[in-house]
Structure formats: C-alpha cells, structure tokens
Design a binder for this molecule. Structure first.
Ligand code: ADP
Length: 434
C-alpha cells in the first residue's frame, strides 16, 4: 500500500512546492493556475494510461501487457505476474484433465456419467461399444431411452445398487454385460459396464464339462451297481453267470479307468505349471512302435502298412507325442470296419513334417470336422462307446500339438475314409545326419 501511495504523494508535494515558489515570485493567482495546470496534467497522464489499459482489456494480445510508466507500470507488472501464474495453473489443470481423458479412453470397462435426472453427461469409448452410444447424438439424452430393457429400467429406478445387473448388450446380442451403478456427488451417478462374454462362455464350458463327466461315469457305475445288487439279492449264482457278470463289470470299470486317465492327462496338459520337457524324440522308432500297436489293436481285422519317408527326429516330449499320435492310430483302427486299410506315414508335407494316418473307414461329414477336438464331441456316440472311446482323444491330440507348435489337419470324405495328420514346424525338426 505504502509502495503505491508514495508516488502520488510525491507528485502532490512537488506541485505544492512549485505553486508556493510561484506565489513568492508572481503572486497567489499565478500560483493557483500553476497548481491547477499541474493537477490537470497529472489527471491527463492517468486518463491516458487508463485508456491504454481499457484498450488492451478489450482487444489487446493477452500475452503482451502494454508498457507504462510510474504507478501504472507497477499495476501492469502485477497483472502480468498474475496472468502468468494463472496460465501455469490452467495448463497444469488441462494436463491433468488430458491424462484423465486418456486413462478413461484406455479403460476396458465402460463408464457413463449421469446427471441427477439420469441424462448422459459423458461416456468413454468402451461404454459406447457396450451400449451402442453415439458421441454426436446421445449426450444429454435420458439413459432409459437408449437402453430399452425392462431389467435395466427396474435397476435404474430402484435404489439398491449393491449387486451388478447382468444383461445383454443393446448393441450386440452376443455380448453379455455386468453393469453397476455407482452414486456420487450431488445425486449424480456413474454407470460402470464390463464385458463378461468370455467369462460366461468359460462358465458354460465348465458346467457342460461337469455334466458330461458325470454323465459318462453314471452309465458304468449303474451297470456295476446293478450287478452287485443282483449278487446280493440272489445269494448264490451259477459259476458261468458269475463269470459273465464279472466280465461285464470289468469292462465297465475299465471304461471308467480310461475316462479318468484321459481326464488326468488333459488336466496335466492344461496346467500352466506343467512346462514342456523337451528332448530329441526318435520318430522312426516311435512310428514303428505305433505301427505295432495298430497291429495288435486290429488283431488282423485290417490291412495296416507303414510308410516312413523321413529319418528326421523331433524336438519334443516323447510321452506326450506317443499319447497324441497313438490316439490317431487307435481312432483309425476303431472307426474302420473289418477288412479296411490303415496307412501310417511319416514324412514331409510342404514346409511341415507330418505323421499321417489314412484309413478307409466311414469318413466324417464336413460339418463335424471343426468340432472334433472339443471334449466329448462324437459323431457317433454309440460307436465311440462300443469301441472303448472316451470322447477326449482328439482334445488331447490338439493340446499336445499346440504345446509343440504343431497343428492337426483333418481331411475326410464320407464313404471313402479319413486322413488325420499331425504336422510340426521346421523349428521342431532335428535333421538326421544322412
Ligand atoms: P473317441 O474316444 O470318441 O474316439 P476322439 O476325441 O478320439 O473320441 O474322437 C472324436 C470323434 O471323432 C469320435 O467320436 C469319432 O466320431 C470321430 N473320429 C475320430 N477319428 C475318426 C476316424 N479315423 N474316422 C471316423 N471318425 C473319427
């Protein structure tokens, strides 16, 4: 304050001093005129500075404060400092806002900000995908007009938002959403949505899997339980019947054992802790032993041959490869009627080294082929069971091949037969010396 007042006071004192000197030399009248002229000059100076200030406020460049002298210089200088500080805090604030905007854009969950009247104030791109909201037309709209599902309306109008609402996306019927309202501030709300399609699919697969396993186990258990009940009811059983029943019970327990073995194999293959233990696998002798297995499984009912065109080995896990390729061989024998042919082949197919099993069986209709590696998927359930199938063989094959960066190629013609090939990339091949 003192800083500001000393200048006008100084000017005033100087004016009085000049007026007093004029009074001494020229009299009181002249002194008065000198004093008034000085005051008018001082007023004119201030009016000029004010005019410059007003012009700058109206049209001036904000970055360039006008230059001034005296007390006005101090005012302009203070204003300049104030504006710089404000500019700094504005740019800090807009950087924070920009960061928030970027984060909101990147969040995979949908966020919709609603006013106290449930009108859309703001939403992020994920919310736009989840609810089909349009940036240009939907801001300010009542959310209930845009999401026209009765369950959502009930949820919105209720006041219990502790549990999320599970609903189908209005933009895509295939997408399942979990939405939750979060009230905040003064009657405002935030609608958070999450895409749970994948989670629901996994959950459905888990339910189907448990149902399938239970169903597969129930039949043999019922058979074994039935025989045991018969034994208890009958007291004594003729020895030939006893042997027949025991034989049937053994078949059923064997079926359960195979199922449990395959389930354990699958679970081991899926376990993330179970890393692939690799070594050089001599494929020529592995294929030779698969050929012998095929012969003993067929027991002379088929013509089986082996074509070994490559002596290259594989980098992989011998047990897993034996189990996977063995499944292909056993399927070919099981699904080929008596008198048919089965050809095992180990050799190059273009860029990949493949183990193929070609059979002259009944073949598979094209629409089943993409689903064959699903657990428990069977084209002919009766035939699979009759021949001791668990419905898990090709699921195991797919897992093993995936772990070896390989792929399963299935070619089939109804009435002519099928060819299942397990193909491995060059990176898995260990070239033989010859
Ligand atoms: P399964 O234990 O039932 O044989 P897989 O997973 O090994 O189960 O095979 C799935 C289904 O694929 C079989 O039930 C069968 O319908 C079909 N399939 C597999 N291999 C052959 C084949 N060589 N010829 C015809 N159908 C086959």
């Amino acid at each position: 304050m003192i800083d500001f007042w000393w200048r006008p006071l100084l000017v005033f004192c100087a004016l009085i001093a000049v007026a007093l000197s004029a009074a001494l030399f020229w009299g009181l009248m002249v002194a008065m005129l000198v004093f008034i002229a000085g005051l008018l000059f001082y007023l004119g100076y201030h009016l000029r500075q004010m005019a410059a200030f007003a012009a700058w406020l109206q049209h001036g460049e904000r970055a360039r404060i006008p230059t001034a002298s005296g007390a006005w210089d101090e005012i302009f200088y203070g204003l300049d400092r104030l504006m710089r500080r404000q500019k700094r805090s504005t740019s800090k604030l807009s950087a924070v806002l920009e960061r928030f905007e970027h984060a909101a854009q990147a969040i995979p969950d949908g966020i919709v900000m609603l006013s106290d009247a449930d009108q859309i104030d703001w939403f992020n791109p994920a919310a736009s995908r989840h609810f089909g909201l349009d940036e240009n037309t939907d801001r300010g709209q009542f959310i209930g007009y845009l999401i026209r599902q009765s369950a959502f309306h009930e949820y919105l109008s209720g006041d219990d938002y502790r549990e999320p609402l599970i609903m189908k996306s209005p933009a895509n019927r295939e997408m399942s959403l979990s939405v939750q309202m979060v009230p905040f501030g003064d009657k405002q709300k935030m609608l958070i949505s999450r895409d749970i399609t994948q989670f629901e699919m996994v959950e459905a697969m888990r339910r189907d899997f448990v149902a399938n396993v239970s169903h597969e186990l129930r039949t043999p258990l019922t058979v074994v339980g039935g025989f045991l009940e018969t034994f208890l009811d009958m007291g004594s059983i003729p020895p030939e019947d006893f042997h027949k029943y025991c034989d049937l019970m053994q078949q059923q327990t064997e079926r359960m054992r195979r199922l449990v073995d395959d389930l354990l194999t699958l679970s081991r293959l899926e376990s993330p802790q179970n890393r692939l233990v690799e070594a050089r696998v001599d494929m020529v002798s592995l294929v030779q032993s698969l050929y012998q297995d095929a012969q003993s499984l067929s027991a002379g009912r088929h013509q089986i041959s082996l074509v070994s065109e490559s002596s290259d080995a594989l980098l992989g896990n011998a047990d897993e490869l034996t189990s996977a390729l063995g499944n292909l061989v056993s399927n070919a024998v099981r699904y080929t009627p008596e008198g048919g042919t089965v050809v095992l082949r180990w050799g190059w197919r273009g860029e990949a080294l493949c183990f193929s099993v070609q059979d002259s069986g009944e073949g598979i209709e094209a629409q089943h082929i993409p689903r064959l590696t699903e657990r428990f998927y069977r084209v002919d359930r009766g035939r699979s069971r009759e021949t001791g199938g668990t419905g898990l063989g090709l699921a195991i094959v797919k897992h093993v091949l995936t772990r070896h960066q390989g792929r399963l190629v299935i070619e089939s013609k109804v009435g002519q037969g099928s060819c299942f090939s397990a193909c491995f990339p060059l990176s898995r091949v260990v070239k033989s010396a010859d």
